[in-house]
Design a binder for this molecule. Structure first.
Ligand SMILES: Cc1cc2nc3c(=O)[nH]c(=O)nc-3n(C[C@H](O)[C@H](O)[C@H](O)COP(=O)(O)O)c2cc1C
Length: 203
């Protein structure tokens, strides 16, 4: 019976993660996530890149959009509302939007599913799959804060792009890996991308 089905383990066996890259700063987090997941056996990534993300890719990195698209198992057009993940019948495990712009956050919070990223996020929430949002903006307006509360109340996990410094990062890449490791933890994918805090050494 469908009510007994474990919705987080699709019948096909491979874990399917939908990844949305939107036009917030920090697109490198999403690129690194795709690079790590590409090397993992048993995981498929289904990628959607917004037009604004294509601009931040150009502004913030030396990667081409085609390189990034090849990291994913499959890539979908932003406007393709007929793509599989636009339907609740698509069998997948989780969705990550990294970075998540305030525009996309607001659209998810308001239920305005007029593009594939927002529709896939809506489907993820309604089907009770895991939705991880990595919002990036500073400072935040009251509208941003209220939208974050709304998506959290609807079941999304909000993982802000906020670096931690307890592992004494030596490079931007250390900071990026720490955040990507936190995303993987939430997807329940084992990783050692960052050093876990174990308290101060007693010696
Ligand atoms: C270089 C650059 C950096 C940006 N950084 C942010 C940001 O950190 N957060 C944000 O919410 N929007 C940021 N924006 C604006 C978004 O890209 C813009 O609101 C866009 O409409 C988002 O569309 P999308 O959600 O469909 O990707 C940035 C734009 C550019 C060009």
């Amino acid at each position: 019976m469908s009510s007994e089905r474990n919705r987080r383990t699709p019948a096909a066996g491979k874990r399917k993660v939908v990844v949305g890259l939107t036009g917030g700063s920090g697109v490198i987090y999403g690129i690194r996530l795709l690079e790590v997941l590409k090397k993992r056996k048993g995981i498929e990534t289904h990628l959607i890149v917004t037009p604004a993300a294509a601009i931040t890719i150009k502004a913030e990195t030396d990667f081409s959009t085609s390189y990034i698209e090849k990291l994913a198992t499959k890539t979908y057009r932003f406007g393709d509302i007929s793509a599989p993940m636009a339907s609740g019948s698509f069998s997948f495990d989780s969705m990550v939007i990294v970075p998540c712009s305030m525009h996309t956050l607001g659209a998810i919070a308001s239920g305005i599913a007029d593009n594939l990223v927002v529709r896939a996020a809506e489907v993820t929430l309604k089907e009770r799959h895991r939705l991880v949002l990595v919002p990036r903006e500073t400072p935040l307006t009251l509208i941003h804060l209220q939208n974050l509360v709304r998506v959290a109340e609807a079941g999304a996990i909000v993982l802000p792009a906020m670096p931690a410094f307890y592992e004494r990062p030596k490079s931007v890449s250390d900071i990026v890996d720490h955040l990507v490791g936190k995303i993987l933890d939430l997807l329940e994918i084992e990783n050692n991308l960052f050093k876990r805090w174990e308290g101060f050494s007693s010696t």
